[in-house]
Design a protein. Structure first.
Length: 357
């Protein structure tokens, strides 16, 4: 495989890498060719698909259609007339009324009494209630009291004893008087003084006629009446148009291939690769490869290293995701501008050297 002495520096942004720099595993489609040697650099280039002539087809390029024949409208002789911008009308002249002022009192709340109720003084205490009265009962035993009796049937001794009663204390409120004190307190009237405008002389109205106003630009014009409107008087049939096109059959689909490139030369603008039976790699092929590859990640080492180095220098703030996307290209473009390089956003050789790779 042969190649000219240089290649566009933009190929570095496609997947150009020194073989000896591969330090992490890569996908099979991104691996360098198996016969690569340390120190070599390769570009992954898209080879276009190839086609051969298939068959000729007669196709329509313009439909047939019907074109009508028309006759224009006909009008009467012109007649002069005034152009009125605004109609005449009747209006009224109004003489405004005359006014004076008077002060009037408006009662908001009339005088009245307010009832003030003072409850009697309250005193808190308790009342005791008996819930169980004390009772006398006979209990078996001989020493419970001095009153005893003997059960003739059993011979047992019973004593008459007193069982205590039970009481409960309930909170109780008492008042100093049996009735609350009621007083009627007078409340003064609430009012305002309003200064009121009154009519001292009524308005008057007089009818006035305003004549019409003619158009300032065209006060008088000539008008015509329609005698016969436009109409279709016939039809013309326009035949369809056709042409012959040659179809193509796909012989070989597009594919990617590796091309060895110089590692340090970015000044040569053309690439000519002899792939024997394979299609030649031209500037258009390389441009197409750039477009396709710019949407793919660079090799896992180079893309990550570029993002990390740009981030250390303050140009890149995105994730280190091994994808040379729009954020990475913008960061590279700002870095190239700061170094006076061609600010195309591509990781070419000059940019990578400036980054310290």
């Amino acid at each position: 495989m042969k190649i000219s002495s240089g290649i566009m520096a933009a190929l570095v942004g496609i997947s150009v890498l020194p073989f000896a720099s591969i330090a992490q595993p890569m996908m099979p489609s991104d691996m360098a060719p198996p016969n690569a040697r340390p120190g070599q650099c390769f570009a992954r280039v898209l080879v276009p698909a190839t086609y051969t002539a298939d068959q000729a087809l007669n196709v329509a390029i313009e439909d047939g259609y019907v074109m009508p024949r028309v006759a224009d409208a006909k009008f009467s002789q012109p007649v002069a007339r005034d152009v009125i911008a605004s109609d005449g009308y009747k209006t009224f002249q109004v003489t405004n009324p005359e006014f004076g002022y008077v002060d009037e009192k408006i009662v908001l709340v009339p005088a009245h009494h307010k009832v003030v109720v003072t409850p009697p003084a309250a005193h808190q205490g308790f009342k005791t209630y008996i819930v169980k009265k004390p009772t006398l009962v006979w209990r078996r035993g001989s020493d419970l009291s001095n009153v005893r009796r003997i059960n003739g049937a059993t011979g047992e001794t019973y004593c008459l004893v007193e069982e205590y009663g039970e009481t409960v204390n309930v909170p109780y409120t008492s008042y100093s008087a049996p009735k609350a004190d009621v007083k009627f307190v007078p409340v003064a009237e609430q009012s305002i003084v309003n200064r009121r405008q009154i009519v001292t002389r009524e308005a008057s109205v007089r009818e006035v006629y305003v004549p019409p106003v003619l158009n300032a630009k065209n006060p008088r014009v000539n008008t015509q009446e329609l005698i016969s409107d436009a109409q279709i008087v016939g039809e013309d049939h326009i035949a369809p148009r056709t042409t012959t096109i040659n179809t193509q059959r796909l012989d070989k689909p597009e594919y990617y291939t590796w091309v060895e490139v110089p590692c340090d030369n970015s000044n040569v603008q053309k690439v000519a690769v002899d792939l024997s039976s394979s299609p030649r790699v031209t500037n258009s092929n390389i441009a197409q490869s750039e477009v396709v590859s710019s949407k793919k990640p660079l090799n896992a080492v180079t893309a990550a290293n570029v993002q990390k180095r740009l981030g250390e220098l303050g140009f890149y703030r995105g994730p280190v995701d091994n994808i040379y996307g729009s954020k990475t290209r913008d960061a590279m473009r700002r870095f190239q501008e700061s170094k006076g390089l061609n600010a195309d956003g591509k990781p070419n050789i000059e940019a990578l050297k400036a980054l310290g790779f």
